[in-house]
Structures are given as structure tokens and as C-alpha cells.
Ligand binder design. Sequence first.
Ligand code: BG6
Length: 518
Amino acid sequence: MTAPLVAECALEAEHAAAPPSRRAGPCTMIIFGASGDLTRRKLIPALAHLDCDGLLDASFAVIGVGRSGNDGEFRRAMREAIDTAEEVRGTDPAARARFISRLRWVAGDLEDGATYRNLAECLRAIEGEHAHERGRLFYLAIPPSLYPDVIRRLSSSGLAPRVSDDRAAWVRIIIEKPFGHDEASARELDRLLNSAFSERQVFRIDHYLGKETVQNLLVLRFANSLFEPIWNRDHVEQVQITACESVGVEHRASYYEEAGVLRDMFQNHLLQLLTLTAMEPPNTFAADAVRNEKTKVLGAIRPITPELVPTVSAIGQYATGAIDGTPVRGYREEPGVSPTSRVPTFAALRLEVANWRWEGVPFFLRSGKRMPRRATEIAIRFRRPPHLMFPLRDREALEPNVLVIRIQPNEGISLRFEVKVPGVDVRLAPVRMLFSYADAFGTTSHSAYETLLLDCMLGDATLFTRADAVEAAWHVIDPVIEGWARLSGDIPTYEAGSWGPAAAHALIARDGARWREP
Ligand code: BG6
């Protein structure tokens, strides 16, 4: 086959420098579990960047809550986190120092009433006589087993009352994933949240929805007239959604041994990507209009019974291998992992969306750790032309058109199509037309957490998951988890650094296709 040529898309107008029109009002963010990784790696760098960009109010403050520590220790640790964070690089050091000075710490056990009294005291000191015009954003970055107790205490202590959303003194709560362990526990958690807050106060975060490229999927589909007419079963042959990572379980074994890849990546991130790909156009870009359409897609996914599981899915666990030439250990040898663990670190799943638009189009989802590289993409493969009038040479096959939405890294969109190779013969070759975010706009966009935290402060829930969608997603994934749990025998393995177990290749081959290697 002829090597692909590359054509590039150019920006037609100067759009990149438009100043943002959204800015948060006065508020305080309270992070429970602030000594954890998420605060250091994601939340604080995101807030610092928003602040340095002038998108937070001058009086914005953060209170970290954790078992032990004090203001000074918290500030020191966060200064280090900010200094090494990519998103904050190049910002004004004085602005960063100002941000650091607004960090506070409340030490205490989350199961102890005194912690909440101390937190109230700290909030009083920050809010002073402006309490009636400042929002409070509670972020639960804590193990899910602590959710019920913390939610009850937040409510009963009066720190997080049920209030209507349009008050200046709004109260919102962000819940990190995993939201429940299965459909039943997610419902239970929702019941608890509803007993304390109104749905409009609850923000279930899925950081994938804050990614620039994921949001761009909606723009690509619904701000262009070109794609929508062909975005259906008549023209699309199959969809592949991949989120692969080269990292292993890292230091998260205790969480991952409970979760596995189906709970960690499929129930949330991958199904969210599927809903955005398959949803009908909402009539407005308002939270409920968008979320209604997304939830309908989840409801239309053809149910998988546990008996069907081995036919429509494949799982695997990484064994010893090499990433970029460096030897790495297998999952079972990772610190904190049981030597007999059957937890999958890879899964592939064939889903069907049973509705007028998508009937018969397979959606292949795949995610795994310790794969050859980090890449997340959505690939829409179109049908081949019904009749080909051009002669093909020996062993030449016509490549279908493929539209790839590259979520990360090298964010962008590419379209593969056939062209004539210059010359006296009529010869075909696939080329790739490429739009790259970095080339078109530079690299200074906001991280997913920045987008989502700002949205939450502004009360915009469009990019957050509503209770019914979370439950519907569990409804899709639960039978798959259950199906595999019922099967006895050891879990298949794949070599670290490979594209997954043989069963995953067999799964897609049954549809006459093969996985892309993004
Ligand atoms: C998290 C998962 O939600 O997403 C991790 O818990 C995974 O296991 C991560 O590594 C991937 O996120 P990203 O943004 O790096 O693709």
C-alpha cells in the first residue's frame, strides 16, 4: 500500500486570542482528602492556573481538609506542586504567590464532629460579613466508603445546606468517581445525596468531559453541516473508541484491585465518549438538553446478558513485558496487588446502540494499562463505496474513509480518504487530512479540571454527569462485570507493551475488522 500523504488544515481566521467571557464570582472551595494525589497533581494546579488567568475572584480561597497538617505545610506542599505543574508554567510568580497565600488547612478526622466545627470556624474567618454573597464548593476527593458519613455530616452541621441554585451564597458538591460500585450502590448514594441536597447542587465529575477535544466533538458534529447527514448507519460501518495507557497500576493497587478496568474506565470515560458520539442533536446547549440526549443513548444500548459476555467482550491482565524497551513487571507483581489477582487491566467490548440512527453499527470500546503508548481516540469508519470503477492492483484493497477524533495526546482530527497518485496511471492512495490543535491554536488551553471547576463555580452542569446517566452506565457495565466474575478459570494475560490479549483481536475479527493502533 502507498504511504499516506499528509495535508494540513489552516485556521481561516484569528480566533485564538479571544478573551474568555466567563469568570467565577466570590467563593471558597473546600477539599476533603486534600493530602491525596488528586489535590496535588490536578486540583491545585488547575485552580492556580485559573487564578493566574484572572478567571477566579480576587477573594477566592481554598481550604484543604485532612487528618494532620497546618496552613504552612499545606502551602509548602502546594507551592511545590504548582512549580512543577505544566499548566502553570510561564505564569506570573507574584500571581502564584498570591494564590498560595489564599490556601488554608483544617486538620481533623472526617468522622469527628470537631473537624466540621473547625471547618465552620475557618469558613467564618474567610467569609466574614460577606457570607451571604459567597459560594461554597465542597470537593470530595476521598475514598467512596467515606462518602455517606461526610455527606451526612456536611448536611447536619449546616455547612452545606440545601439551597436554591440562584442564590449568591450557593452551595455545591463535587463527587469524584467511582460513583458507586454498581448500579445498586450508585442508586443508594443518589438517595443519600437527594436527602441532603437538590440535584442541581450535585456535580458528578468525569474529567474526560472537561477535555477540550471531547467538548469539540459536540462542535464538530453540531456546528458543521457536513458530518451530520452521514453520521448514521447508512454511512458508518463501525466506531472504535480507544483509551490506552502505557502506565501500569502505579501506586493505586488498593483502589484498582476493587475497580479493575471496567469500573475504572468503561463505566465512566468510555461510555461518555460513546454517548457524545452517538447522541442526537440537543435543541440547545443547556445542561439538561445535552444530558437528556446522552442518557437516551445509554438507555438504547442493547442489553448484554452475563451469558453473552464472552462473545461480546474480552478481558486481560498485563504480564511482564517492556514499554519503550524498558522491562516492566506484570500486574500481579505490582506492590499491593494480590499474586492471584483476577482483576482485568484491559477490556474490549462490542456494544450496539439499538435505535433508528445506529441499528447494526458495532461500537467497539477498548481500554488497557501497559499498552504500547498513551492514546485516546474515537475512530469513525465509513462504509466503502458500493461499486468501485477504478482497477486495484494486486493485493491492493480500498481503504475505507476514517474520521479520527484524537482526544490525546497530539489532540486533533484527521480524515483519511483516497486520492489519485500523480502519474499517467490511475492509481489510488490514502491520504490523511489533519487538523492539529497545537498547530492551529498553540498549546495553552485549559486542562480538563480547570474547565470543570470553573463550570461548577458558575453553576453550569452541562459537562457533569446526572444521576440517571450514572445509573444507566452501570446498567450497561454491571452484567459484563458479573459475566466475567461467573466464569471460572484464570484471566488471560497480555504482554506489557502489546496491544492486548488474543481474545480482543478475535472479538473484532468476528466483524471482519481489526483494531487500530493509534
Ligand atoms: C482515571 C483512571 O479516571 O483516568 C485512571 O482512574 C486513568 O486509571 C485515568 O489512568 C486516565 O486519565 P487521562 O486523562 O490520563 O486519560
